[in-house]
Ligand binder design. Structure first.
Ligand code: X2X
Length: 370
Protein backbone atom coordinates (compact mmCIF):
# COMPACT_ATOMS: atom_id res chain seq x y z
CA UNK A 1 0.00 0.00 0.00
CA UNK A 2 2.75 2.36 1.04
CA UNK A 3 4.78 1.48 -2.06
CA UNK A 4 1.78 2.07 -4.24
CA UNK A 5 1.06 5.53 -2.87
CA UNK A 6 4.72 6.44 -3.11
CA UNK A 7 4.65 5.38 -6.73
CA UNK A 8 1.52 7.40 -7.40
CA UNK A 9 3.02 10.39 -5.68
CA UNK A 10 6.15 10.13 -7.84
CA UNK A 11 4.03 9.90 -10.97
CA UNK A 12 2.10 12.94 -9.82
CA UNK A 13 5.29 14.94 -9.17
CA UNK A 14 6.69 13.93 -12.54
CA UNK A 15 3.53 14.95 -14.39
CA UNK A 16 3.39 18.19 -12.44
CA UNK A 17 7.01 19.17 -13.17
CA UNK A 18 6.63 18.39 -16.86
CA UNK A 19 3.47 20.47 -16.88
CA UNK A 20 5.08 23.35 -15.01
CA UNK A 21 8.17 23.33 -17.24
CA UNK A 22 6.06 23.12 -20.38
CA UNK A 23 4.14 26.13 -19.03
CA UNK A 24 7.40 28.04 -18.68
CA UNK A 25 8.55 27.46 -22.20
CA UNK A 26 7.85 29.97 -24.94
CA UNK A 27 5.87 28.87 -27.95
CA UNK A 28 8.74 29.96 -30.14
CA UNK A 29 12.32 31.04 -29.49
CA UNK A 30 14.21 33.38 -31.79
CA UNK A 31 17.68 32.71 -33.17
CA UNK A 32 19.57 35.33 -35.15
CA UNK A 33 22.33 34.89 -37.73
CA UNK A 34 23.80 37.33 -40.17
CA UNK A 35 23.69 35.78 -43.64
CA UNK A 36 21.14 33.96 -45.80
CA UNK A 37 19.75 30.44 -45.30
CA UNK A 38 21.51 29.02 -48.40
CA UNK A 39 24.98 29.30 -46.82
CA UNK A 40 26.78 26.81 -44.52
CA UNK A 41 26.25 29.36 -41.74
CA UNK A 42 22.49 29.49 -42.37
CA UNK A 43 22.36 25.71 -42.75
CA UNK A 44 24.16 25.32 -39.43
CA UNK A 45 21.52 27.54 -37.83
CA UNK A 46 18.66 25.53 -39.26
CA UNK A 47 20.32 22.21 -38.51
CA UNK A 48 20.59 23.32 -34.86
CA UNK A 49 16.92 24.31 -34.65
CA UNK A 50 15.87 21.05 -36.35
CA UNK A 51 17.95 18.88 -34.01
CA UNK A 52 16.57 20.65 -30.94
CA UNK A 53 12.97 20.46 -32.12
CA UNK A 54 13.21 16.75 -32.93
CA UNK A 55 15.07 15.70 -29.83
CA UNK A 56 12.81 17.64 -27.46
CA UNK A 57 9.69 16.33 -29.22
CA UNK A 58 8.81 19.90 -30.10
CA UNK A 59 9.08 21.27 -26.55
CA UNK A 60 11.74 23.71 -27.72
CA UNK A 61 10.75 25.30 -30.97
CA UNK A 62 13.34 27.75 -32.34
CA UNK A 63 12.91 29.90 -35.41
CA UNK A 64 16.09 31.06 -37.18
CA UNK A 65 16.11 34.59 -38.63
CA UNK A 66 18.82 35.40 -41.19
CA UNK A 67 20.23 38.75 -42.29
CA UNK A 68 20.25 40.01 -38.67
CA UNK A 69 16.64 40.93 -39.43
CA UNK A 70 15.79 40.92 -35.72
CA UNK A 71 18.09 43.93 -35.44
CA UNK A 72 17.00 45.51 -38.75
CA UNK A 73 20.31 44.34 -40.26
CA UNK A 74 22.54 45.85 -37.59
CA UNK A 75 24.80 42.88 -37.11
CA UNK A 76 26.94 44.29 -34.32
CA UNK A 77 23.87 44.82 -32.08
CA UNK A 78 22.90 41.17 -31.81
CA UNK A 79 25.07 40.31 -28.81
CA UNK A 80 23.44 43.08 -26.76
CA UNK A 81 20.03 41.85 -27.80
CA UNK A 82 20.78 38.27 -26.73
CA UNK A 83 22.16 39.64 -23.50
CA UNK A 84 19.09 41.70 -22.68
CA UNK A 85 16.72 38.97 -23.87
CA UNK A 86 15.11 40.74 -26.81
CA UNK A 87 16.57 37.93 -28.93
CA UNK A 88 16.77 34.47 -27.33
CA UNK A 89 19.87 33.17 -29.09
CA UNK A 90 22.23 33.65 -32.00
CA UNK A 91 24.66 31.80 -34.20
CA UNK A 92 27.17 34.53 -34.78
CA UNK A 93 30.62 35.48 -35.93
CA UNK A 94 33.18 36.57 -33.35
CA UNK A 95 33.60 39.74 -35.43
CA UNK A 96 30.00 40.80 -34.85
CA UNK A 97 30.34 40.34 -31.08
CA UNK A 98 33.81 41.86 -30.80
CA UNK A 99 32.60 45.48 -30.38
CA UNK A 100 31.15 44.32 -27.02
CA UNK A 101 33.72 41.64 -26.14
CA UNK A 102 37.11 43.05 -26.99
CA UNK A 103 38.89 39.74 -26.32
CA UNK A 104 37.18 38.18 -29.35
CA UNK A 105 39.41 40.37 -31.52
CA UNK A 106 42.01 37.65 -30.93
CA UNK A 107 40.78 36.03 -34.15
CA UNK A 108 40.97 39.36 -36.00
CA UNK A 109 44.66 39.88 -35.31
CA UNK A 110 46.13 40.26 -38.80
CA UNK A 111 48.18 37.29 -40.05
CA UNK A 112 48.00 35.46 -36.70
CA UNK A 113 46.76 32.06 -37.94
CA UNK A 114 48.54 29.99 -40.59
CA UNK A 115 46.40 26.85 -40.64
CA UNK A 116 43.12 25.25 -39.66
CA UNK A 117 45.01 23.11 -37.15
CA UNK A 118 46.16 26.25 -35.36
CA UNK A 119 42.62 27.64 -35.25
CA UNK A 120 41.28 24.40 -33.76
CA UNK A 121 44.10 24.25 -31.21
CA UNK A 122 43.45 27.81 -30.02
CA UNK A 123 39.70 27.21 -29.76
CA UNK A 124 40.21 24.02 -27.76
CA UNK A 125 43.02 25.53 -25.68
CA UNK A 126 43.22 27.97 -22.76
CA UNK A 127 42.46 31.07 -24.84
CA UNK A 128 39.31 29.48 -26.29
CA UNK A 129 38.11 28.51 -22.82
CA UNK A 130 38.82 32.00 -21.55
CA UNK A 131 36.65 33.48 -24.30
CA UNK A 132 33.76 31.11 -23.53
CA UNK A 133 34.01 32.00 -19.81
CA UNK A 134 34.07 35.70 -20.63
CA UNK A 135 30.86 35.44 -22.67
CA UNK A 136 29.21 33.45 -19.89
CA UNK A 137 30.15 36.15 -17.35
CA UNK A 138 28.24 38.60 -19.52
CA UNK A 139 25.02 36.61 -19.17
CA UNK A 140 25.08 34.60 -22.38
CA UNK A 141 25.49 30.81 -22.40
CA UNK A 142 28.11 30.14 -25.09
CA UNK A 143 28.82 27.15 -27.31
CA UNK A 144 31.82 26.99 -29.67
CA UNK A 145 33.04 26.56 -32.34
CA UNK A 146 31.70 26.86 -35.87
CA UNK A 147 33.47 28.88 -38.53
CA UNK A 148 32.83 31.56 -41.10
CA UNK A 149 36.38 31.09 -42.31
CA UNK A 150 39.62 32.63 -43.46
CA UNK A 151 38.65 35.93 -45.06
CA UNK A 152 39.80 36.69 -48.61
CA UNK A 153 39.64 40.00 -50.47
CA UNK A 154 37.84 40.57 -53.74
CA UNK A 155 37.43 43.71 -55.83
CA UNK A 156 36.32 44.93 -59.21
CA UNK A 157 39.53 46.71 -60.23
CA UNK A 158 42.76 44.69 -60.01
CA UNK A 159 44.72 41.77 -58.56
CA UNK A 160 46.40 42.51 -55.22
CA UNK A 161 50.04 41.49 -54.74
CA UNK A 162 51.42 44.22 -52.49
CA UNK A 163 49.93 46.74 -50.05
CA UNK A 164 50.22 49.60 -52.59
CA UNK A 165 47.80 47.76 -54.87
CA UNK A 166 45.08 48.52 -52.32
CA UNK A 167 45.86 52.19 -52.07
CA UNK A 168 43.06 53.87 -54.02
CA UNK A 169 40.46 51.15 -53.47
CA UNK A 170 37.40 51.53 -51.28
CA UNK A 171 36.77 48.43 -49.19
CA UNK A 172 33.60 47.51 -47.37
CA UNK A 173 34.45 46.27 -43.87
CA UNK A 174 32.34 45.26 -40.86
CA UNK A 175 31.63 47.96 -38.28
CA UNK A 176 34.44 46.80 -36.01
CA UNK A 177 37.41 49.04 -35.24
CA UNK A 178 40.26 46.64 -35.92
CA UNK A 179 39.10 46.21 -39.54
CA UNK A 180 39.09 49.93 -40.16
CA UNK A 181 42.58 50.20 -38.69
CA UNK A 182 43.99 47.29 -40.73
CA UNK A 183 42.73 48.71 -44.01
CA UNK A 184 43.84 52.22 -43.15
CA UNK A 185 47.29 50.95 -42.22
CA UNK A 186 47.44 49.22 -45.62
CA UNK A 187 46.70 52.58 -47.25
CA UNK A 188 43.23 51.69 -48.46
CA UNK A 189 39.98 53.47 -47.82
CA UNK A 190 37.69 51.31 -45.63
CA UNK A 191 33.99 51.99 -45.33
CA UNK A 192 31.87 50.28 -42.68
CA UNK A 193 28.59 48.83 -43.85
CA UNK A 194 26.22 46.14 -42.65
CA UNK A 195 26.48 43.00 -44.72
CA UNK A 196 22.87 43.40 -45.81
CA UNK A 197 23.80 46.62 -47.63
CA UNK A 198 27.06 45.40 -49.12
CA UNK A 199 25.74 44.06 -52.44
CA UNK A 200 23.98 47.36 -53.14
CA UNK A 201 27.30 49.02 -52.34
CA UNK A 202 29.04 46.80 -54.93
CA UNK A 203 26.37 47.49 -57.56
CA UNK A 204 26.38 51.23 -57.04
CA UNK A 205 30.14 51.43 -56.83
CA UNK A 206 30.09 52.95 -53.33
CA UNK A 207 32.78 50.36 -52.60
CA UNK A 208 35.21 48.54 -54.92
CA UNK A 209 35.80 45.49 -52.78
CA UNK A 210 35.14 43.46 -49.64
CA UNK A 211 36.64 40.65 -47.58
CA UNK A 212 34.79 37.44 -46.62
CA UNK A 213 35.24 33.66 -46.48
CA UNK A 214 35.06 31.77 -49.76
CA UNK A 215 32.78 28.79 -49.10
CA UNK A 216 30.67 30.15 -46.24
CA UNK A 217 29.81 33.47 -47.90
CA UNK A 218 31.34 34.29 -51.28
CA UNK A 219 30.30 31.25 -53.35
CA UNK A 220 26.68 31.39 -52.07
CA UNK A 221 26.68 35.15 -52.84
CA UNK A 222 27.98 34.55 -56.40
CA UNK A 223 30.66 37.13 -55.79
CA UNK A 224 31.83 36.85 -59.43
CA UNK A 225 28.73 38.80 -60.42
CA UNK A 226 30.25 41.81 -58.66
CA UNK A 227 34.02 41.33 -58.52
CA UNK A 228 36.53 39.94 -60.99
CA UNK A 229 39.54 39.69 -58.67
CA UNK A 230 40.14 37.56 -55.61
CA UNK A 231 43.31 37.53 -53.58
CA UNK A 232 43.83 34.64 -51.18
CA UNK A 233 45.75 35.95 -48.20
CA UNK A 234 44.14 34.18 -45.19
CA UNK A 235 44.79 37.35 -43.21
CA UNK A 236 42.37 36.49 -40.42
CA UNK A 237 39.56 34.15 -39.50
CA UNK A 238 36.18 34.41 -37.83
CA UNK A 239 34.80 31.48 -35.85
CA UNK A 240 31.07 31.22 -35.24
CA UNK A 241 29.51 30.66 -31.84
CA UNK A 242 26.06 29.92 -30.49
CA UNK A 243 25.03 32.15 -27.60
CA UNK A 244 21.82 31.69 -25.63
CA UNK A 245 20.40 34.21 -23.19
CA UNK A 246 21.31 32.76 -19.79
CA UNK A 247 17.82 33.11 -18.30
CA UNK A 248 16.35 31.36 -21.31
CA UNK A 249 18.88 28.55 -21.03
CA UNK A 250 18.27 28.24 -17.26
CA UNK A 251 14.53 27.97 -17.86
CA UNK A 252 15.05 24.66 -19.69
CA UNK A 253 14.88 21.42 -17.70
CA UNK A 254 18.26 19.72 -17.11
CA UNK A 255 17.38 17.14 -19.76
CA UNK A 256 16.53 19.82 -22.32
CA UNK A 257 19.72 21.74 -21.45
CA UNK A 258 21.66 18.56 -22.26
CA UNK A 259 19.83 18.18 -25.56
CA UNK A 260 20.47 21.81 -26.51
CA UNK A 261 24.18 21.56 -25.63
CA UNK A 262 24.59 18.36 -27.64
CA UNK A 263 22.70 19.80 -30.63
CA UNK A 264 24.86 22.94 -30.52
CA UNK A 265 28.03 20.86 -30.60
CA UNK A 266 26.84 18.76 -33.54
CA UNK A 267 25.43 21.69 -35.53
CA UNK A 268 28.59 23.76 -35.06
CA UNK A 269 30.80 20.89 -36.17
CA UNK A 270 28.58 20.28 -39.21
CA UNK A 271 28.68 23.99 -40.07
CA UNK A 272 32.46 24.24 -39.63
CA UNK A 273 33.10 21.22 -41.82
CA UNK A 274 30.77 22.47 -44.54
CA UNK A 275 32.43 25.92 -44.50
CA UNK A 276 35.86 24.23 -44.86
CA UNK A 277 34.75 21.89 -47.63
CA UNK A 278 37.43 21.81 -50.33
CA UNK A 279 39.62 24.25 -48.40
CA UNK A 280 41.41 22.06 -45.85
CA UNK A 281 43.42 18.84 -46.23
CA UNK A 282 40.32 16.74 -46.93
CA UNK A 283 39.11 16.30 -43.33
CA UNK A 284 36.05 18.47 -43.92
CA UNK A 285 35.09 16.69 -47.13
CA UNK A 286 35.39 13.28 -45.46
CA UNK A 287 33.22 14.44 -42.54
CA UNK A 288 30.45 15.88 -44.70
CA UNK A 289 30.51 13.06 -47.24
CA UNK A 290 30.05 10.59 -44.38
CA UNK A 291 27.09 12.59 -43.05
CA UNK A 292 25.52 12.65 -46.48
CA UNK A 293 26.06 8.90 -46.85
CA UNK A 294 24.30 8.31 -43.54
CA UNK A 295 21.50 10.70 -44.46
CA UNK A 296 22.12 12.68 -41.29
CA UNK A 297 22.31 16.20 -42.65
CA UNK A 298 18.69 16.73 -43.69
CA UNK A 299 19.88 17.32 -47.26
CA UNK A 300 21.36 20.75 -46.55
CA UNK A 301 24.94 19.90 -47.39
CA UNK A 302 24.06 17.90 -50.46
CA UNK A 303 21.96 20.66 -51.99
CA UNK A 304 24.60 23.27 -51.24
CA UNK A 305 27.47 21.26 -52.69
CA UNK A 306 25.44 20.61 -55.85
CA UNK A 307 25.28 24.37 -56.49
CA UNK A 308 29.05 24.60 -56.99
CA UNK A 309 30.03 21.17 -58.23
CA UNK A 310 32.50 21.11 -61.11
CA UNK A 311 31.85 19.00 -64.20
CA UNK A 312 34.24 16.32 -62.93
CA UNK A 313 32.08 15.98 -59.79
CA UNK A 314 34.57 17.72 -57.49
CA UNK A 315 34.05 20.80 -55.34
CA UNK A 316 37.25 22.81 -55.63
CA UNK A 317 36.31 26.33 -54.51
CA UNK A 318 39.07 28.18 -56.35
CA UNK A 319 38.77 26.19 -59.58
CA UNK A 320 35.05 26.82 -59.44
CA UNK A 321 35.52 30.58 -59.00
CA UNK A 322 37.96 30.63 -61.92
CA UNK A 323 35.44 28.73 -64.02
CA UNK A 324 33.00 31.57 -63.26
CA UNK A 325 35.51 34.00 -64.75
CA UNK A 326 37.30 35.23 -61.63
CA UNK A 327 41.00 35.90 -61.53
CA UNK A 328 42.29 34.33 -58.32
CA UNK A 329 45.81 34.89 -57.01
CA UNK A 330 47.27 33.37 -53.87
CA UNK A 331 49.83 35.56 -52.10
CA UNK A 332 53.30 34.03 -52.06
CA UNK A 333 55.08 33.84 -48.70
CA UNK A 334 57.19 36.87 -49.66
CA UNK A 335 54.17 38.89 -50.71
CA UNK A 336 52.36 37.95 -47.51
CA UNK A 337 55.33 39.09 -45.44
CA UNK A 338 54.93 42.64 -46.79
CA UNK A 339 51.33 42.74 -45.59
CA UNK A 340 52.29 41.22 -42.24
CA UNK A 341 54.97 43.87 -41.70
CA UNK A 342 52.73 46.71 -42.78
CA UNK A 343 49.94 45.69 -40.37
CA UNK A 344 52.31 45.09 -37.44
CA UNK A 345 51.42 48.37 -35.64
CA UNK A 346 47.74 47.38 -35.61
CA UNK A 347 48.67 43.91 -34.37
CA UNK A 348 50.77 45.31 -31.52
CA UNK A 349 48.15 47.82 -30.47
CA UNK A 350 45.41 45.18 -30.39
CA UNK A 351 47.44 42.62 -28.43
CA UNK A 352 47.23 45.12 -25.56
CA UNK A 353 43.49 45.63 -26.00
CA UNK A 354 42.77 41.89 -26.18
CA UNK A 355 45.10 41.10 -23.27
CA UNK A 356 48.69 39.94 -23.55
CA UNK A 357 48.01 36.79 -21.47
CA UNK A 358 45.28 35.61 -23.82
CA UNK A 359 47.43 36.19 -26.87
CA UNK A 360 50.30 34.30 -25.22
CA UNK A 361 48.03 31.37 -24.41
CA UNK A 362 46.88 31.37 -28.03
CA UNK A 363 50.47 31.42 -29.29
CA UNK A 364 51.28 28.45 -27.05
CA UNK A 365 48.32 26.49 -28.48
CA UNK A 366 49.30 27.45 -32.02
CA UNK A 367 52.86 26.31 -31.49
CA UNK A 368 51.74 22.96 -30.05
CA UNK A 369 50.50 21.94 -33.49
CA UNK A 370 53.20 23.44 -35.68
O1 X2X B 1 29.64 41.07 -42.41
C1 X2X B 1 30.42 40.20 -42.80
O2 X2X B 1 31.40 40.47 -43.49
C2 X2X B 1 30.16 38.77 -42.40
C3 X2X B 1 28.98 38.24 -43.17
O3 X2X B 1 31.28 38.00 -42.72
C4 X2X B 1 29.95 38.74 -40.93
O4 X2X B 1 28.85 38.66 -40.46
C5 X2X B 1 31.13 38.88 -40.05
Amino acid sequence: MFKRSLFLMLVFVFVLTSFVSAQNYKKEYTLSYNVGPATPWGMGANYFTDLVRERTDGRINIKAYGGSSLAAGKQTSIFMMVRNGSVDMALESTINWSPQIKELNLFSLPFFFDSYKQIDAVEKGKAGQYLLDRIEQLGVKPFGWGENGFREITNSKRAIHKPEDLSDLKYRVVGSKIFIEIFQELGSNPLTMNWGEATTGFQQGTVDGQENPVVDVLIPLKIWEFHEYMTVWNYLVDPLMIGINQQVFDSFTPLDQEIVAQAAEEALQFQKMLARYGLDNGTAKAYIDEMIKNGEDMGYAKDFLATWEMEDGSNDPFKYLKAQGMKVNVLTDEEKELFREKTRPVYKKWVKTIGEDIVEDAIESKESVQ
